[in-house]
Design a protein around this ligand. Structure first.
Ligand SMILES: [Fe+2]
Length: 403
C-alpha cells in the first residue's frame, strides 16, 4: 500500500480517515422479532426504530415467503440511534448475498470523525482497488461507505449517527432520507436540516418513540432497571476468518486498527486489534478453530461483546441469564486477552454474546499489560469483590442516566 500521507483535520495519517470506535454491529437471523425481544428484554437494549423491509424499502413480496418477521430492528444501549441491528436473514440474503452462507454478520461499523473522512475514504478505497459496495445515508441518518473484508464481512465507515434524547424519540422519516450518494462538501449540518424541516412543516414528533414496558425491579447503582446490569459499550466483535493474515492486513492497512496482541488457541494464531485505547475491539480467529471450540457452524461470529457497567453487574448477570433460560458457555481465556471475567451467553438465534466489565487500556506506547501482571481468573469462580487496577473503568465512558 502507498506510503503517501493524508491530511485528516490537519494531521498527517496513512489513510484519509481515523476509525475512532466501533459504532454499531448487526446480525442476520431467521426470526428478527424473537431475537429483538431477547436483546430488549434480557440484555436491556432499547428499540429506536423498526423498519418494515418490504413496505418501507419496496422489496418483492416473494422475498418474504416463510419469513416469520418482516422487520429490521435498530437497537441501542446509549444515545446513538443504533448500536445493534437485527435483520431477517432470508431478506438480507436477497439484498446483499453474503460471500459465504455462514456469514450472518450484516455490518461491522467504524465511526470516523467527519463527513469529509467518510467521503474521502470512499475515493481512497476505490483508488486502492478496494470494491465499495454502496455509499450514502441510512436509517439513523448517518453517512456511510460500505465495503468487505477478505472473508466477506461487511465493514462500514460512518459519520454523524443520530442521537436519541431523554424522550426516546427518533427522527421523523423526512429527516433521515435513504440516499445512495454522498453530498458535495461542505453540506448542511443536522441543525440546518432541522431548520429546513420546520420551515417545510415536518412533524418533528413523528418518529418512533421508545417506552420501557418491563417491571423495573433491579437496583443497578442505585436506580431501578429491568435487568440487574446496564450495557455501557459494545465490542469486541470476535470473528472467524478464512485467512488471519489477510484479515489482519485489512484491519491494519485499510481500516487503520492497531494490533494489541496475538494468542495461540489450539495451536492456531489469533489476532486482537484496537481502534482507540481499548485492548481490542475486534478479534480475528481462524475458521478452523470454530469446530475445535465446539461452536455452531451456522455463523462466522464467535461472539459479540457487550461491556457492562461494573463487576457486580457482571456477576449478577449470571443468575439473571440462567433464569431467562439462556445457555452459558465456558470458553478458553486465550480467546479474550485484556478481558478478565467474562460470561458467554447464547442468544435465541444461536449467536454468542460476550459480557464482561473490565477492558485493559493501551497507552501511547502500544504495549499491552504483560500477561504475568494480569489478574488471575479462575474460571467459574466469582469472588464477591475484585481488586481495582490502574485502568479499571477506563476507556470510553457511558454518558447519561443508566436507564
Ligand atoms: Fe450501519
Amino acid at each position: 500500500m502507498s506510503k503517501k500521507k493524508f491530511e485528516v483535520g490537519g494531521v498527517e495519517l496513512d489513510r484519509p480517515f481515523k476509525a475512532r470506535r466501533l459504532n454499531h454491529f448487526g446480525i442476520n437471523v431467521e426470526d428478527s422479532g424473537q431475537v429483538m425481544a431477547w436483546y430488549r428484554d434480557v440484555l436491556g437494549f432499547k428499540v429506536t426504530d423498526i423498519i418494515h423491509m418490504r413496505d418501507d424499502f419496496h422489496m418483492p413480496a416473494e422475498w418474504f415467503e416463510g419469513v416469520p418477521d418482516h422487520h429490521a430492528y435498530f437497537l441501542r444501549h446509549n444515545s446513538d440511534h443504533h448500536t445493534f441491528v437485527i435483520i431477517p436473514r432470508a431478506v438480507m440474503n436477497r439484498v446483499e448475498p453474503p460471500a459465504r452462507p455462514d456469514i450472518t454478520i450484516n455490518q461491522i461499523t467504524w465511526q470516523v470523525g467527519s463527513l469529509r473522512e467518510v467521503v474521502e475514504a470512499r475515493l481512497w478505497l476505490e483508488s486502492t482497488g478496494q470494491k465499495v459496495n454502496r455509499y450514502g445515508r441510512d436509517p439513523g441518518s448517518n453517512w456511510h461507505t460500505y465495503f468487505n473484508e477478505p472473508t466477506g464481512h461487511i465493514n462500514e465507515l460512518e459519520y454523524g449517527i443520530e442521537q436519541i434524547g431523554w424522550n426516546g424519540l427518533s427522527k421523523p422519516a423526512p429527516l433521515r432520507p435513504n440516499l445512495l450518494e454522498h453530498p458535495p462538501l461542505p453540506t448542511t449540518s443536522e441543525g440546518g436540516e432541522i431548520v429546513q424541516a420546520i420551515a417545510d412543516g415536518v412533524d418533528l414528533d413523528a418518529g418512533h418513540r421508545w417506552v420501557e414496558n418491563l417491571p423495573l425491579t433491579h437496583d443497578v447503582g442505585g436506580v431501578l432497571l429491568a435487568q440487574p446490569f446496564k450495557a455501557v459499550r459494545i465490542g469486541p466483535v470476535s470473528i472467524f476468518v478464512e485467512d488471519v493474515e489477510a484479515s489482519e492486513r485489512f484491519y491494519t492497512e485499510t481500516i487503520g486498527l492497531k494490533v494489541s496482541e496475538e494468542t495461540v488457541v489450539d495451536g492456531r494464531r489469533c489476532v486482537f486489534l484496537r481502534a482507540n485505547t481499548e485492548h481490542h475491539t475486534i478479534g480475528l480467529f481462524p475458521i478452523e478453530l470454530r469446530a475445535a471450540l465446539g461452536l455452531s457452524d451456522h455463523s462466522t461470529l464467535l461472539a459479540f461483546g457487550v461491556q457492562l457497567g461494573s463487576y457486580q453487574q457482571l456477576r449478577d448477570s449470571i443468575a439473571f441469564l440462567q433464569d431467562k433460560g439462556a445457555k452459558l458457555l465456558d470458553l478458553p481465556q486465550e480467546i479474550h486477552p485484556g478481558i478478565d471475567y467474562t460470561v458467554h451467553a447464547v442468544d435465541p438465534s444461536g449467536h454468542l454474546v460476550q459480557l464482561y466489565y473490565y477492558m485493559e487500556q493501551i497507552g501511547w506506547d502500544g504495549k499491552p499489560r504483560p500477561a504475568d501482571q494480569r489478574l488471575k481468573v479462575q474460571p467459574g469462580v466469582w469472588p464477591e469483590t475484585v481488586p481495582g487496577q490502574e485502568d479499571t473503568y477506563g476507556g470510553e465512558t457511558f454518558w447519561g442516566p443508566l436507564g
